[in-house]
Design a protein around this ligand. Structure first.
Ligand code: ZN
Length: 180
């Protein structure tokens, strides 16, 4: 079986009862597909392990999928990449957010690119279709935090770096306009 398609199937199955936070409640699976597509199309990433790990990047953090399940089905390298993109959910949310900033510069090149694409796609989604219960102040706080994480992820893939900078700029301009 084609491993990329197998990853789409696995992620679609694991995320099947989840929706995004936008008003339309988009099916969650759209997000990992967008992240993999951003890596391939904007970042010109051709490494199958990175694209597969991108499709799986939220499965361990947000579903009942486990590291060993991913290792058995997709191999050690992909499982390691997914775990690099997985927050420790036993920690309080603020601590997890702090650790993302602290740990970003120490990730592998593959994980940095996946996380950068993840932040870029999340910011783009927030800009186009913000969560209904997020006031401007909360959106601004999110952009500032995401930009701190982004700073630690840049330097591997210039096209991905530029796309991340552009969406941060767009978000800040949009939010400032809304606040004034
Ligand atoms: Zn994600």
């Amino acid at each position: 079986m084609n491993a990329l398609l197998d990853a789409v199937l696995f992620a679609a199955d694991k995320h099947s009862d989840q929706r995004r936070k936008n008003a339309a409640g988009t099916p969650y699976i759209n997000h990992p597909i967008e992240v993999a597509d951003h890596l391939a199309r904007v970042g010109n990433v051709a490494d199958q392990s990175i694209l597969i790990a991108a499709l799986l990047h939220d499965t361990v953090e947000d579903t009942e999928a486990t590291e060993s399940e991913i290792r058995e089905r997709f191999g050690c390298d992909i499982a390691a990449l997914v775990m690099e993109c997985t927050d420790d959910k036993s920690l309080p949310k603020q601590e997890r957010k702090r650790l993302q900033v602290v740990n970003a510069p120490h990730k592998s090149d593959g994980a940095k690119q996946i996380k950068l694409a993840d932040k870029t796609c999340n910011l783009r989604t927030m800009l186009d279709d913000p969560p209904q219960d997020w006031p401007i102040s909360r959106q601004l706080e999110y952009v500032r935090w995401a930009n701190e994480v982004i700073a630690g992820l840049k330097g591997i893939n210039e096209a991905l770096d530029n796309a991340a900078d552009a969406v941060v700029r767009d978000c800040l301009e949009h939010l400032k306009r809304q606040a004034s």
